[in-house]
Design a protein around this ligand. Structure first.
Ligand SMILES: Cc1ncc(COP(=O)(O)O)c(C=O)c1O
Length: 449
């Protein structure tokens, strides 16, 4: 049992006093204090166990012994900046290269997804000598100022849209402008990017990059329609820009069938830049940008050194290597595929029983359940989604969260050791809560009549 330094109430009071209040807590009405974790389980100060459906960062499971041992051993041996020659950084780059298409063969190590995307922006602008960026609606690419500028999810609430940033419709076939009944939504959504690029040209501007998450997450756990990325890449490249795939949430086997989310778009699709972060270090801050030799050469040609104090240090790389080992040794990609398929079957059955489930979207252990108050109008059921999250935590000790522009999408992004039994439990509990909700609505309707 981990030793507590403060009672839960003391910790909360100190947090309110000392930590900036824009750094929000999960369950702010009644936060959970977590003192240790293992696998897919979190333990509170009373030793109570919670099932974690939230922590995609702790990719191979919380505090995985292979990872913690590798970290401790390397910390005991050497940690130094990457200007000294050391094996770990090259070994790690080579292991990452083996997971990617051959063309993505140059790596820059950084400390967070935000740093990776900021560097991707610099690489794209330096290589193309253009400034403008096309992003998807509702996207989030990080907390640096450069990334707030290209994140509609944030800039809409802040300084607004910059003239060099252009927003393309989110290719959401459930709620977007082209839906599941469209004969070719991939092409239709890609054409919106083509139109946008033409509009940018009419303004006398040129694009450097198209940025997109391989599966938009804060946009509502969206699966891109087939053919979309290839077509967009064609339009973007012919306009002189590059395609940046933000894999900060979706890489490292999360989608099960493939190692990278962008690979869901087919064998022949390859981005020009891939950014990665969250799951790489299982909680340790390590992130990376992978790109082509041509883009890297253009970046080198500006003559300015790229130095990142902590990026690619031997400890971060040892941890990253251990994470890759565990993914392989425990076949976590296979697990994501199998458990994801099982979860999809269960959720589809649940959808058949509950009108409030408008859509179910699953790719491995990346899943979204969209709740609506009206299936025809697809009206977001934001309050119900919040209620489900609250009751799962309070009654079942299951941690889940919501996403999407209306916060009505229940999202699953658990550690990759999430099991079939865990999926069974969560769906059984969701069923109970949604049934209660239906019963209370029926009661209200009967009382009305
Ligand atoms: C898709 C995506 N890109 C980038 C980031 C930024 O990563 P970080 O918080 O590590 O800076 C996030 C973080 O949530 C993200 O979801």
């Amino acid at each position: 049992m981990a030793e507590e330094k403060f009672t839960k109430e003391e910790t909360l009071a100190m947090r309110l006093r000392l930590i900036g209040q824009s750094c929000r807590l999960f369950y702010k009405e009644d936060p959970v204090k977590i003192v240790r974790a293992r696998g897919q389980y979190l333990f509170d100060e009373n030793g109570k166990r919670y099932l974690d459906c939230i922590s995609n960062v702790q990719h191979v499971g919380h505090c995985h012994p292979t990872v913690t041992k590798a970290a401790a051993a390397q910390m005991d041996l050497l940690n130094i900046n990457s200007r000294f020659l050391n094996d770990n950084i090259v070994l790690y780059a080579a292991r990452l290269a083996a997971t990617l298409p051959e063309k993505l063969c140059v790596f820059y190590f950084v400390n967070s997804g935000s740093e990776a995307n900021d560097l991707a922006l610099r690489l794209a602008q330096q290589y193309t000598q253009n400034q403008d960026v096309v992003v998807l609606d509702h996207a989030y690419h990080g907390h640096l100022m450069s990334l707030i500028d290209i994140s509609p999810y944030k800039f809409r609430k802040l300084a607004g849209q910059k003239d060099w940033v252009h927003v393309a419709p989110l290719p959401d076939i459930y709620r977007g402008i082209y839906r599941e009944d469209h004969p070719n939504p991939g092409q239709a959504y890609a054409d919106t990017v083509k139109d946008l690029i033409e509009e940018i040209h009419r303004k006398g501007r040129k694009i450097s990059a198209f940025f997109a998450e391989s599966l938009p997450s804060v946009g509502g756990q969206i699966l891109l329609p087939q053919g979309y990325s290839n077509k967009v890449a064609e339009y973007v490249r012919s306009a002189g820009g590059v395609f940046v795939a933000d894999e900060v949430q979706t890489g490292f086997g999360r989608v099960g069938s493939h190692f990278w989310g962008f690979q869901l778009q087919g064998e022949n699709f390859c981005p020009d830049i891939v950014t990665m972060g969250k799951p790489m270090g299982n909680g340790h801050p390590v992130a990376c940008v992978a790109t082509t030799a041509e883009i890297a050469e253009a970046f080198t040609a500006n003559g300015v050194e790229y130095f990142n104090t902590f990026g690619g240090n031997p400890v971060s790389c040892a941890i990253g290597l251990a994470v890759l080992d565990v993914i392989e040794e425990e076949d976590l990609r296979g697990n994501a595929l199998r458990v994801g398929e099982h979860l999809q079957v269960l959720l589809k059955k649940l959808q058949a029983r509950h009108e409030v489930i408008g859509d179910v979207r699953v790719a491995g252990l990346f899943a979204g359940v969209e709740l609506v108050t009206d299936r025809q109008k697809r009206t977001p059921a934001t309050n119900l989604a919040a209620l489900v999250v609250k009751r799962l935590k309070e009654e079942d000790r299951i941690c889940m969260s919501t996403d999407g522009p209306w916060d009505n999408v229940l999202k699953f992004k658990p550690p990759m050791c999430f099991s079939v039994e865990d999926a069974d439990l969560v769906v059984t509990c969701m069923d109970r809560i949604l049934s209660d909700n239906k019963a209370s609505h029926l009661k209200l309707e009967n009382e009305d009549s």
